[in-house]
Design a protein around this ligand. Structure first.
Ligand code: DOR
Length: 448
């Protein structure tokens, strides 16, 4: 395979941003201080551009198999590449739900012929598949829906949860909203509910109770646990007590939108966990910047506009985000609200470490050449019609952001440039080293 030199880029390393010449060969980074004169078949002059490690979105719903009228692994992975995402970890609530190795391997086989970026698939927990969870291999971890959402995966009885935490060894992540509280809230509210009531049904208490319950299971069974999509300020206090076991994550809609936005966006921002108050968005962003939250992921969950426009509560929960969250962060950096090294940590290094993803997450010699070149001054307005996701809409339609990916490399190959997908298949199955994985047991610890 040929050599590629990316020269004069501002390179985002874990601890600094510095000008460097990055040399790629056989899909790997082989030098970060290559002389300008080094011979290479492809030379990219990146003066004025910023080179980030490719993003790893550890929470996406790509709908294949079974729900491909909403999204499939080709359209979703193209959306990834356009957004600077070079690897994704996909959730099990497809149709059928991915609850055993055979179904997981079917997804891997589909991704091998459809995905233009790298891929991994979680195994889903049910009340009756502990043996499958114990036998699972080649997956990032186990996903538990402690509260129900899209699909029929739900484990909320204590006995099943105790068994899963006690008997399995893979890291666990969970959707934390308390089913009982949600049902009680629903029965208390009038039957002519509007979408604003979604945040009263799936309220602060529901999130807090379920997150606390999951953390208690993780502590008692000494089990690595990742809290997906935190949505409330009070949960931040809970995850501070990480005991070298707990990591957590924030999604763009939970720092960007608040209940005030239902008035203009309605069911487009109907999500599980629900959108909360302005105060929550501010506290969650602060917890991210302060290092209490380690990972930023999207929970990309596309539904067609037709489905979303049904009157609440027939409208499904979920929104597409994978191709815009990097720019939402870059825009914040352009306003001095966070740094590029923080963005690289939240979106690449931290997810690689949480799930023990082999060879990913940093721009360092020996790491895979999954990279994204960014123009930090480029201003662009998000438009529904420009989206690569099959559903062709974004809750950020009309929002102008500064800082956009201009070229995405997967394993050293250019997949996205000048607004176009330029490659068909070059993603690979991700490798997971759970013995080395886990955020807190790495020598450099949090925040690098
Ligand atoms: O709002 C959501 N939609 N939350 C989830 O956890 C699942 C997702 C989906 O798959 O639609």
């Amino acid at each position: 395979m040929s050599k590629t030199l990316i020269r004069n880029a501002s390179v985002v390393f874990p601890d600094r941003v510095a000008d460097a010449n990055v040399l790629i060969e056989h899909g790997k980074i082989v030098a970060i201080d290559a002389p300008e004169s080094v011979s290479a078949q492809h030379v990219i002059d990146a003066r004025g551009l910023v080179l980030f490690p490719g993003l790893i979105d550890d929470q996406v719903h790509f709908r294949e198999p079974g729900l491909t009228h909403k999204e499939d692994l080709r359209t979703a992975s193209q959306a990834c590449a356009a957004g600077g995402v070079t690897s994704f970890l996909e959730m099990p609530n497809t149709k059928p739900s991915a609850t055993n190795q055979t179904l997981i391997e079917e997804k891997y086989a589909l991704a091998a012929i459809k995905s233009v970026v790298n891929y991994g698939f979680y195994i889903g927990a049910s009340t009756s598949n502990v043996q499958d969870l114990k036998a699972a291999v080649g997956v990032p971890g186990i996903k538990i829906f402690i509260g129900s959402s899209t699909g029929d995966l739900l484990v909320d009885d204590q006995e099943s949860l105790e068994r899963i935490f006690a008997e399995t060894t893979l890291p666990i992540c969970a959707h934390c909203e308390d089913e009982k509280t949600v049902n009680e809230n629903m029965s208390r509210l009038p039957s002519d509910r509007t979408v604003a009531d979604h945040s009263r049904v799936r309220d602060h208490r529901a999130a807090f109770i379920a997150t606390k319950r999951a953390l208690d299971l993780a502590y008692r069974h000494h089990h690595r646990f990742h809290v997906l999509h935190l949505s409330t300020a009070p949960e931040i206090e809970l995850v501070k007590d990480h005991r070298n076991l707990i990591t957590c994550e924030l999604c763009p809609h939970h720092w960007y939108f608040s209940v005030d936005d239902y008035a203009t966006l309605g069911t487009l921002i109907q999500m599980n966990p629900s959108i909360k108050t302005k105060h929550d968005t501010e506290e969650l962003w602060k917890a991210l910047v302060d290092g209490v939250i380690q990972v930023v992921a999207t929970d990309h969950a596309p539904h067609t506009l037709e489905e979303k426009r049904q009157p609440y509560p027939a409208s499904p929960s979920g929104l597409p985000a994978v191709e815009n969250y990097f720019s939402l962060l870059l825009d914040r950096a352009s306003r001095g609200e966070c740094s590029w090294t923080q963005i690289a940590s939240w979106t690449s290094d931290a997810p690689a470490r949480v799930w023990g993803i082999v060879g990913k997450g940093r721009i360092e010699v020996g790491y895979d050449a999954d990279l994204v070149l960014v123009d930090p001054t480029l201003k662009k307005t998000i438009r529904n019609e420009d989206q690569f996701t099959k559903v062709k809409w974004s809750p950020w339609n009309g929002v102008t952001l500064t800082g956009w990916p201009v070229k995405t490399f997967v394993g050293g190959q250019v997949v996205f440039e000048q607004g176009q997908i330029v490659s068909t298949t070059c993603g690979r199955r991700l490798g997971f080293d759970h013995a080395r994985g886990g955020f807190w047991n790495t020598p450099d610890g949090i925040g690098v």
